[in-house]
Design a binder for this molecule. Sequence first.
Ligand SMILES: NC(=O)c1ccc[n+]([C@@H]2O[C@H](COP(=O)([O-])OP(=O)(O)OC[C@H]3O[C@@H](n4cnc5c(N)ncnc54)[C@H](O)[C@@H]3O)[C@@H](O)[C@H]2O)c1
Length: 268
Amino acid sequence: MNQKNEKVCIMGLGNIGLPTAHYISKHYPTIGYDIKEQAILKAHQTGIPATSNPTQADIYVIAVNTYFRNNTPDMSAINSCCQNISQLNPDALVCFESTLQVGTARKMANTHNLKYIAVCPHRWWEEEQTEHGVKQLRVLGTLNNESLNKAQQFYNTLQIPTHIVSNIETAEATKIAENAHRYVQIAFAEELKIIASKNNLNFDEWRAAINTKWNTALLEARDGIGKECLPKDTAFLASLAQDTELLKGAMKTNDNYVQQFVTKTKNS
Ligand SMILES: NC(=O)c1ccc[n+]([C@@H]2O[C@H](COP(=O)([O-])OP(=O)(O)OC[C@H]3O[C@@H](n4cnc5c(N)ncnc54)[C@H](O)[C@@H]3O)[C@@H](O)[C@H]2O)c1
């Protein structure tokens, strides 16, 4: 348990927030907060006290949804949490563990007068929770030195290793670039499969041959780039500048691939 007995509130008790709450509760008195009754119930059933009312704490860990909707990042759930924190305890350490569009954490600090901000996004992978769950190397960026001291103490107590970057924007941008990198790699495999189908090449044989080269690791082309994180984070990154043709092309390739290989298979 931490020496000062600081209380931690986890905001958002979904795929990421609930395991995070379980992990943190081994080190700090922990309470969960969510707007969905079902999430609160699940937290209670698994031993995490939880509430639908924002609650006083010394440290807030934000793990709510973020979206890309109508061609724009939607950070409204993040904003709502920060609004609550500013009323309850603006001196708290606020750790953003959700995936943010670049610039969000600073905007939240300025809008809601929050003093201590850390951005420490998850790299959580459901299928390998021991190696790639809550406790794994994460990138940490903070608003100022005081935030860094507080955040380092928090993540050290949790025994979560951190790679520290010099500002919050770099931490935000790292998370979305990691997922966009993966997106582009998969889209390249999909593009080769499209080319193979048009040129009478066997994609699996072609891929295996390509991968005999020492510096090549071509991924599989499976069912299109699904789930939420990769498409959303790639869209966040692509929206940061006008000339992001590679990212836009990768998204188009994935759409073409899904239409050609996935939808067709489903309909046949
Ligand atoms: N799922 C993953 O594998 C993964 C991995 C890395 C990062 N992330 C990021 O983590 C964040 C959360 O993802 P998730 O998969 O846990 O989502 P989720 O939908 O499983 O859970 C989000 C929870 O937040 C709650 N919530 C929404 N708005 C709220 C508000 N205003 N106040 C309180 N609670 C609110 C929802 O009711 C829900 O229970 C996202 O930003 C996501 O991109 C997810």
